[in-house]
Design a protein around this ligand. Structure first.
Ligand SMILES: NC(=O)c1ccc[n+]([C@@H]2O[C@H](COP(=O)([O-])OP(=O)(O)OC[C@H]3O[C@@H](n4cnc5c(N)ncnc54)[C@H](OP(=O)(O)O)[C@@H]3O)[C@@H](O)[C@H]2O)c1
Length: 247
């Protein structure tokens, strides 16, 4: 089901957490996966895991906030493989603070990575995808981009921005066979949420109808589906994968 054989994919934030699992999942479905983050050694480990499972991967270290670096990654992928079919904009960061205490740098950092980074990659892959008249762009937003969250005005704005970016590019690129969708995870157990105090986690779990935090493995199947041929009539949507937290 949902074969991605012969598809060339890029996953940002592939070094750990949700992006690592998405990379493994796309490779299991048959895609060749370009692994992007700033930490080359961690990407090499994920590449080895993919290869041990019989898949193919390319390591491209890059800070996604650097537009020139992103362009170079897209060029390396198309030069190496002659095409580029799937982009998963997953890399993300938080810089939490209450608005009264939030510095301009705190405000800008998540916007630069989470939103401008995604814009940089979408811009870099659009031409090769248009040439193929086939493409899948999947932006990892967050439930917080829909609901807002005290202490995360910067992060929530970046994730709400991703939803607007998703809808606008979906409209621009639909006639070229390119779909653009967003996935909004709820709370997923990764480095990003590792520092939450236990009482906060307990409260969160109580607010999740399915009664547990998510795991990276809960997000990956939605990505594989939206990347597949079978999802060709779905675009501009935000799919919340959150155990029913927001409905
Ligand atoms: N965990 C959750 O509960 C949750 C909930 C909703 C949404 N999300 C979203 O899901 C995505 C993945 O989150 P996660 O929980 O897996 O986070 P994570 O474990 O903290 O991993 C973040 C990933 O992003 C990469 N990254 C960060 N800044 C980067 C930059 N400037 N350039 C390139 N790569 C960069 C990191 O790699 P390097 O450090 O190696 O560069 C790492 O691979 C994020 O967009 C996050 O906002 C997470």
């Amino acid at each position: 089901m949902f074969s991605l054989d012969d598809k060339i994919a890029i996953v940002t934030g592939a070094s750990r957490g949700i992006g690592r699992d998405i990379s493994l999942g796309l490779a299991r479905a048959g895609a060749t996966v370009t692994l992007v983050s700033r930490t080359e050694a961690a990407l090499q480990t994920v590449k080895s895991e993919i290869e041990q499972a019989g898949g193919n991967a390319l390591v491209c270290p890059c800070d996604i906030a650097d537009a020139e670096g992103v362009k170079a990654v897209a060029k390396q992928v198309t030069d190496t493989y002659g095409g580029l079919h799937i982009l998963v904009n997953n890399a993300g960061m938080t810089r939490d603070n209450l608005i009264m205490r939030m510095s301009t740098d705190d405000w800008e950092a998540p916007i630069r990575t989470n939103l401008t980074g995604a814009f940089n990659f979408i811009k870099a892959v659009t031409r090769p995808m248009m040439k193929q008249r086939w493409g899948r762009i999947i932006n990892i937003t967050s439930v917080v981009g829909v609901t807002g969250n005290a202490g995360q005005a910067n992060y929530a704005a970046s994730k709400a921005g991703l939803i607007g970016l998703t809808k606008s590019t979906a409209k621009e690129l639909a006639s070229r066979g390119i779909t653009v969708n967003a996935i909004g995870p709820g709370y997923v157990a990764t480095d990003m949420t590792a520092d939450l105090p236990e009482e906060v986690t307990t409260k969160l779990v109580e607010s999740i109808p399915l009664g547990r935090l998510g795991e990276p493995e809960d997000i990956t199947p939605a990505v594989v589906f939206l990347a597949s041929d079978e999802a060709s009539y779905i675009t501009g949507q935000t799919l919340l994968v959150d155990g029913g937290m927001v409905m």
